[in-house]
Design a protein around this ligand. Structure first.
Ligand code: G3P
Length: 233
């Protein structure tokens, strides 16, 4: 199989910051590429792991032009064949994806499918970050041994109050109770202080979207995040 990967999988390390581009217009098409390049510049300048998760349609373009980890939003638990409209993990890999989010709050997957999907991911050689809305769900998912579990309280996603401010207790509990799998924290993360609180409480990464994609100056935000991340390497 011929891959167009950027070989960034080996660059995945903790603490990691993953920016989910979602379907924001400011992070689609050529704007997605520009935003990914800003991530790459800041990652190199500060020596931290910044990954991007663009829409599937932008993965090829981005992965062929940046050297930071590129993750898909989702893949389907299928292989090559009669699967119209499905996203085959091998196809994402060929396009240059190094891994994938899975079970994001905006793209939920039944638990049994998560288990099968993680087997498919292992076959492809994907880094997997599986999302959960609660610590309990995160514990169940962690038992399936993804590379990371991302805890995101649903009510805080896309809002202006961060999980670090509104619910540091969920970070503490997630870190204490989710064993053997790094915990990534997301929802409403906007400032360096939000990042500091989450990492101080033991999180090994940050999952962010609007704090970067909707920022007037995404580079300034990423620099602020990167400076804090450096303290936790
Ligand atoms: O995947 C990241 C996410 O759902 C959090 O979004 O906009 O609250 O940073 P946001």
């Amino acid at each position: 199989m011929q891959y167009t990967q950027n070989n960034a999988l080996e660059q995945v390390r903790f603490p990691i910051l993953i920016t989910n581009f979602k379907a924001y217009q400011s992070a689609t098409g050529i704007k997605a590429l520009e935003l990914a390049k800003i991530h790459e510049e800041v990652a190199k300048e500060y020596g931290v792991c910044l990954a991007v998760a663009p829409q599937a349609t932008d993965i090829w373009m981005i992965a062929s032009q940046v050297e930071i980890p590129v993750f898909a939003h989702h893949f389907d638990c299928v292989t090559h064949g009669q699967f119209t409209g499905h996203i085959v993990p091998e196809a994402l890999k060929m396009a240059g994806a190094d891994g994938s989010l899975l079970n994001h709050a905006e793209k939920r997957v039944p638990f049994t499918v998560i288990a099968d999907s993680l087997n498919r991911a292992a076959e492809v050689g994907f880094f997997t970050c599986v999302c959960a809305a609660t610590v309990e769900e995160g514990k169940n998912i962690a038992a399936l041994k993804p590379n990371a579990v991302a805890i995101e309280p649903l009510e805080l996603i896309g809002g202006d109050i961060s999980v670090s401010t509104a619910n540091p207790e969920i970070i503490r509990r997630a870190v204490a109770e989710i064993k053997g799998v790094p915990v990534i924290i997301g929802a409403g993360i906007k400032t360096g202080e939000d990042v500091r609180v989450a990492l101080s409480l033991g999180a090994r990464g940050i999952l962010v979207a609007s704090g970067v994609t909707k920022a007037a100056d995404p580079r300034a935000v990423l620099v602020e995040f990167a400076k804090i991340m450096k303290e936790f390497i």
